[in-house]
Design a protein around this ligand. Structure first.
Ligand code: SAM
Length: 246
């Protein structure tokens, strides 16, 4: 955790009216309190890097710390890092892989995820409790805290491949370069793709079927390959993000 992500609920309401516009008193309990005590080992007077969800980042000076709560006076005077100019469309991987991929991609600045169904997505993955809004948000928070970011990504679930590709994706890719990661083509290298906003589709652990690749190509997707080595979803996503984002 390189930044403690704060939420409106953490702000001490009684302090708000008397504080300058960018300075707040916050009170933390639970995971973030434990982290500060056990990992960072802060004491009263120390400064921690903090950020308010959807807002600025800055410093928090610890004013009180015990087993029950941590209080800090925070000043939020810097903007979070810019977002990555890419949307990620991911065939739903197994839940643990999804978690790791969401954390990695969020830490690399992805702000929009579409989790889609394809022929080789295991049906049982869609039933996992790890897909609940709360559990997904936990992973996004870990990614934001890792990268000192505050802007929560949006995650959309699209369980019908055909209706998504035919009815929604053409609008979503307007004004972006549409790229599908596929190892089995003499696809372009991601190093040859020009700068600019992109939409990247990554396949399931079992790979795409031909119909899916053809369907994506029919609406303008360009296949890219990073070579003959087939990489895991949690590996290919950061590799491609680092090559395709500016
Ligand atoms: N057994 C599957 C197959 O043969 O297609 C492996 C799929 S791979 C684990 C999951 C997804 O990662 C693929 O569908 C593709 O989108 C992407 N991927 C993995 N390695 C890649 C590579 N070398 N080039 C481009 N995309 C790759």
């Amino acid at each position: 955790m390189n930044l403690i992500l704060l939420f409106e609920d953490d702000l001490v309401a009684s302090d708000l009216k008397d504080s300058p516009a960018d300075s707040f008193l916050v009170e933390l309990k639970g995971r973030r309190l434990e982290h500060v005590k056990k990992v960072v080992r802060s004491k009263v007077g120390d400064e921690l890097t903090v950020g308010l969800e959807g807002g600025n980042i800055g410093k928090g000076k610890v004013t009180h710390l015990d087993d029950e709560c941590l209080r800090m006076r925070v000043v939020l005077d810097q903007e979070p890092p810019p977002p990555a100019d890419i949307a990620l469309v991911l065939a739903l991987p197994r839940p643990n892989v999804l978690n790791r991929t969401l954390i990695a991609a969020t830490s690399m600045g992805v702000k929009t995820f579409y989790l889609i169904n394809t022929m080789r997505v295991e049906k049982s993955f869609w039933l996992s409790p790890k897909l609940s809004e709360g559990k997904i948000k936990d992973q996004l928070i870990l990614g934001l805290e890792q990268a000192k970011d505050t802007v929560m990504p949006k995650v959309f679930f699209k369980k019908g491949f055909k209706p998504f590709v035919e009815d929604e994706l053409p609008k979503l890719i307007e004004g972006t370069q549409a790229i599908v990661a596929h190892p089995y083509v003499d696809g372009e290298s991601p190093d040859e793709i020009a700068k600019g906003t992109k939409t990247l589709v990554v396949g399931p652990e079992g790979g795409f079927i031909d119909y899916e690749i053809e369907k994506l190509k029919s609406i303008g997707f360009k296949p890219v390959s990073v070579g003959e080595r087939i990489l895991r979803v949690e590996t290919i996503v950061p590799v491609l993000l680092s090559k395709l984002t500016s």
